[in-house]
Design a protein around this ligand. Structure first.
Ligand SMILES: Cc1ncc(COP(=O)(O)O)c(C=O)c1O
Ligand SMILES: [Zn+2]
Length: 428
């Protein structure tokens, strides 16, 4: 059952029926799906949700779809999206000096190892409902991977537009699915502008243009999952990376839905994280500006390199309204953040995750996050996709001949003193 009531302009409130639309025709602001929340509250209960298999489709009543992989065989390939772990991270907590810390680990999302699999699962399901045969997107990399993989599995044709300087893994992880990848000699904002023009000329479902209101809804499932995984007690603080600024607002919206339904309790301060080399949203928050000033991105966090974020204004508003804050970190701090999470918790995140960890550390040092209350870090992508960044900062591993003498010489060189088995006693 679809509880969607249609689309609504985020600025002027104008209503639109459910159709592929990029923005409001009156004021050009983004559109948002709205629902009959009371009817959802009557149709399902938290207990019912807990009995469903763990995936994003557990929360299907909160999504704008007539059918899902749970009841439509055409969509079966999407059944495993979402349902990622919320990992209690005690060793990292100790390092950061906080009492209760969790990582929402979308680095292991299915099928392409980023939270984008959630948004694409909704966008492509909706594309099929609208009858599109071709889907497309502009992307900083993760969206490209996800659209390519899911389109292949659903039998849709896919066109992917990206900046030409993408990481090798993100290019390979798009081409392998047979998608048509077109690299643009320009930054993401220029790629996105071209896609908006393409949307007007071609009858395509463009995930982050005319399907954007639907696509964005998939991110709410990150928030519903976190709430349920914490037994419906919302965390005191949550740190989330920002590019276009959509994810952060949708997590806040999910928490609001659950509070309105009376299912979850607690106020969450929402904190936004960016790279200093592309920090239009964090700068606006820190400088107390309402308007987002576009920037020209220059950072190793390429997945977050959106200089003119479509939802930046709303992200900043969410951060302020919840009593949160925003920060940004240098490329070196990003690499330190990636290493810190890997070394303490065995979680290998991409540069965007390094941004989240490093910003959380900075916000704690500034006293903006309460270290005594539960904190969630949203980790959105996998480190295997940004190997270039981490390899460049790692020392070469030693190569030795296969001999004990050489191995022990290496131990001495490293100053290591591992335990050694005692020499066996000589037979008398
Ligand atoms: C790994 C990763 N994290 C976070 C984001 C930010 O999401 P949003 O554009 O919704 O702010 C992106 C967007 O591309 C991403 O790829
Ligand atoms: Zn409007």
């Amino acid at each position: 059952m679809n509880f969607e009531l249609g689309l609504r302009c985020r600025d002027c409130g104008k209503h639109f029926k459910s159709e592929p639309l990029a923005g409001c025709d009156e004021c050009f602001a983004p559109l948002e799906v709205y629902y009959d929340l009371q009817a959802i509250g009557k149709a399902i209960t938290p207990e019912l949700l807990e009995r469903r298999p763990s995936s994003m489709w557990r929360y299907r009543e909160f999504l704008p779809l007539n059918s899902t992989p749970l009841d439509n065989p055409r969509l079966t390939s999407l059944a495993g999206v979402g349902g990622t772990p919320l990992v209690p991270v005690a060793r990292l907590a100790r390092k950061l000096g906080v009492r209760e810390l969790y990582v929402k680990n979308d680095a292991v999302n299915f099928p392409t190892l980023s939270f984008k699999d959630r948004v694409v699962a909704v966008a492509l399901s909706k594309a099929i409902e609208f009858g599109f045969k071709v889907v497309a997107c502009s992307s900083t990399g993760n969206l490209a991977n996800s659209v390519a993989a899911q389109a292949a599995a659903l039998g849709l044709e896919a066109y992917i537009f990206t900046p030409s300087d993408l990481e090798a893994a993100k290019i390979a992880g798009t081409l392998v699915y047979g998608a048509k990848l077109i690299k643009i000699s320009g930054n993401y904002d220029q790629v996105n502008r071209l896609c908006s023009e393409i949307a007007q000329r071609y009858p395509w479902g463009i995930v982050n243009v005319n399907l954007r209101p639907y696509y964005a809804e998939g991110s709410k499932t990150v928030g519903y999952e976190i709430a349920q995984q914490l037994d419906w007690k919302l965390p005191s603080s949550l740190v989330c990376p920002m590019a276009g600024g959509s994810l952060i607002g949708k997590i806040a919206r999910a928490f609001d839905d659950l509070r309105q339904l009376g299912w979850a309790a607690g106020d969450t301060r929402i904190f936004g994280a960016q790279a200093t080399g592309c920090s239009p949203i964090s700068s606006a928050v820190k400088e107390g500006r309402k308007d987002i000033e576009p920037q020209r991105p220059s950072t190793i966090a390429r997945s977050l390199a959106i200089g003119n974020p479509a939802d930046g204004f709303y992200a900043a508003r969410t951060i302020r309204a919840t009593g949160g804050w925003a920060e940004d970190v240098s490329d070196n701090e990003i690499l330190e953040g990636m290493r810190l999470l890997a070394e303490t918790e065995g979680i290998f995140t991409e540069t965007a995750g390094g941004v989240t960890v490093a910003c959380a550390r900075k916000l704690l040092q500034q006293g903006r996050i309460d270290p005594q209350q539960p904190i969630v870090l949203v980790i959105t992508g996998n480190g295997l996709k940004t190997l270039d960044a981490i390899i460049a900062s790692q020392a070469e591993a030693p190569i030795i001949a296969p001999r004990m003498r050489e191995f022990e010489a290496e131990l001495v060189r490293e100053g290591a003193t591992p335990e050694v088995e005692p020499e066996p006693a000589l037979a008398k």
